[in-house]
Ligand binder design. Sequence first.
Ligand SMILES: Nc1ncnc2c1ncn2[C@@H]1O[C@H](COP(=O)(O)OP(=O)(O)OP(=O)(O)O)[C@@H](O)[C@H]1O
Ligand SMILES: [Mg+2]
Length: 316
Amino acid sequence: MIVAEGLTKYYGPKLALVDVSLRVGRGEILGLLGPNGAGKTTMMRVLAGYLPPTAGRAEIAGYDITRQALEARRRIGYLPETVPLYPELTVRAYLDFQARLKGVPARRRRERIATVAERTGAADVIDTLIGKLSRGYRQRVGLAQALVHDPPVLILDEPTVGLDPRQIIETRQLIKGLAGEHSVMLSTHILPEVAMTCQRVAIISDGRVVAEDTPDNLTRRLRGADIVELEIRGPQQDVAAALRGLAGVRQVESQSRDGRLRLRVECELGQDLREQLAATVVGRGWGLLELRPVGMSLEEIFLQLTTKEEELSETA
Ligand SMILES: Nc1ncnc2c1ncn2[C@@H]1O[C@H](COP(=O)(O)OP(=O)(O)OP(=O)(O)O)[C@@H](O)[C@H]1O
Ligand SMILES: [Mg+2]
């Protein structure tokens, strides 16, 4: 439903998007995850037809965003980063205006407005002037206008920004509920958000997609190592050296505190070395106080992925 091929965008001399290719299938939710300035908003504005790409092409529901711009735009619900709203309109009047603009037939408008207001939690403020709304409610109205014409494709730029915790949960549920009938691309820099809402994640850094997979696979694929944490009573140098010497161990970090050693042992991916580690420690007569495997969080992967290459070569 969303196809991007080699999208590149310069703002004057500034390169904001570099050769980005992505696909979102029917009924799928793709999360664009990246730090500030990564290019998420740029990507979404290009797809939504608000910004021409410098190079590359994209399709929305089979329509080329440049050559068939009108057809493509009609099939998109877009929640921009800053929602342009009309302060002097009531929420109802604004949604009616948006519904008209997006070609919702007159006989369906009232029902569509009621439905989306209900689903986005904007129903409480339906007769309030937009200018008087709090930030969170504006965000809900923004979401409601993106949904009002029931588009097959949704492009949501940080949909949960500014919402209170309860509304964040409700919005994530709403977005999940949209999958199936709609194809969704959302952006966020909140890591648990992608894991909770998206089936696939594209990690974007400096305008490039540096990884793309399911949240689970990404964790597994990019982990590259299994980590075991140990607490041991024994001489720091000797313990670290002994564990480092085991086949399959990539790295050992140790810290000494109150006569106890805390060790973080990085093993080759897929190698369960817990027994060997335990046997080595016990065999040398040291005290094994604790041993547990640690998974790496998306957060760590994200940091690892978006670490600049210079920094990587320094630590390698
Ligand atoms: N209109 C513009 N003119 C010049 N440079 C721009 C413009 N808009 C964005 N940029 C630059 O392009 C890069 C990507 O910006 P973009 O807004 O797409 O990032 P983002 O991933 O959405 O970040 P955030 O998480 O802060 O919303 C940044 O370096 C930004 O400074
Ligand atoms: Mg942005």
